[in-house]
Design a protein around this ligand. Structure first.
Ligand code: GLY
Length: 353
């Protein structure tokens, strides 16, 4: 898989113009959703080099990440004159970059693509690393391809209009990158004041966070080994996310991952000796900012069932975890018994109040 260029923007207009010129497109398309159409397209749509660009707008949120929307994007590209030499700019959160990335990777066997993520989750996770796809047959990200964007442009100005919950949701993936990388980065993250955001400092942390992801993806682009480190917190996190959805009170991905990290850090401490002081400090940050995911001990069986049925972490009938013995010391493919999982859930309930 080819490497992608990630640009931390000082001036989006200049950086985007350079990125567009690289592919010398005959026509430029911009994929937006109903939110970025209103709030972000006006920012880039006025750049002179995009005055002929064709906007394709799709519905907002995950329910639209489906075959029907994908077919709509292909149809728009086809009927509005896209050729093999055209360029698609994906302007939005993870849903837009995942679906747009898949559309670009498959239209005429692949056209040039630029990602401009507009959410924190999109910046530090979805837009980087080449995973694209759609939900299918009731399953998340069931169909897709690895296809990195030619360029990813990060402009934290977009975050100023993001609501606090979505900012925190993306920040959970940054915390994960801190835990799997190095103490200096982790310490910067747990010391950051989420209630009085310093956007300059946030931009530095975002750049460091993306570098962590790029470094891991560079070693293992197709997730055969070390890329599984990026699943830290997600084995339990996905179970919380599915459980909350089933109960009719969906929670944002990052809130589920933050709760999952509390459980998996505790298990890392028990199984791998992850240091107690760093366990406490991380949990304090999560407790103060994310609060608690709602469940009781009567829900343990259901939560465990979600973990067992998650194709990403069920290996030969056992629930698979990524654990850490220190910040940055990663142990993939660790298994846990049902008792271990119940113990993690007990710890979460006792600690988070
Ligand atoms: N979201 C984790 C990964 O890209 O592998």
């Amino acid at each position: 898989m080819s490497a992608q260029e990630v640009v931390i923007c000082n001036q989006l207009e200049n950086d985007l113009q350079k990125a567009v010129m690289k592919s010398e497109p005959d026509k430029v398309f911009v994929l937006t959703d109903e939110h970025t159409h209103l709030f972000c397209f006006p920012v880039i749509g006025k750049y002179p080099f995009l005055k002929e660009a064709v906007e394709i707008c799709i519905g907002v949120e995950d329910i639209h990440k489906n075959l029907e929307t994908l077919a709509y994007v292909w149809t728009q590209l086809s009927t509005k004159g896209a050729t093999r030499h055209s360029l698609l700019i994906n302007l939005g959160g993870g849903m837009v970059t995942d679906l747009g990335g898949f559309a670009a990777a498959t239209f005429k066997r692949g056209i040039a693509m630029i990602n401009i993520p507009t959410t924190l989750l999109g910046m530090v996770d979805a837009s980087v690393g080449g995973k694209t796809g759609i939900n299918f047959n009731g399953l998340k990200n069931e169909v897709g391809v690895f296809a990195p964007a030619d360029s990813v442009l990060i402009d934290c100005e977009f975050l100023k209009s993001l609501d606090h919950e979505n900012l925190l949701s993306g920040y959970a993936e940054m915390l994960k990158h801190g835990l799997i990388s190095n103490t200096q980065h982790w310490s910067g993250l747990v010391g950051f004041d989420m209630n009085h955001i310093d956007y300059i400092r946030l931009q530095q942390l975002v750049a460091e966070s993306i570098a962590v992801k790029e470094q891991i993806v560079g070693q293992d682009p197709f997730e055969k080994g070390i890329r599984k480190a990026l699943n830290f917190g997600h084995t339990v996190g996905h179970a919380f996310e599915s459980f909350a959805m089933e109960k009719g009170h969906p929670i944002l991905h990052g809130y589920a991952v933050a709760a999952g990290m509390v459980c998996e850090l505790y298990f890392s401490h028990l199984r791998m000796g992850f240091p107690k002081d760093k366990l406490r400090q991380t949990i304090r940050f999560i407790k103060e900012n994310y609060g608690r995911v709602a469940f009781t001990c009567e829900d343990y069986e259901r939560l465990y069932a979600f973990m067992c049925h998650d194709k990403k972490n069920n290996v030969e009938g056992q629930v698979n975890f990524t654990l850490i013995s220190e910040v940055g010391d990663i142990h993939i493919n660790q298994v846990a018994s049902q008792d271990d999982v119940y113990d993690m859930l007990d710890f979460y309930s006792e600690t988070m109040g």
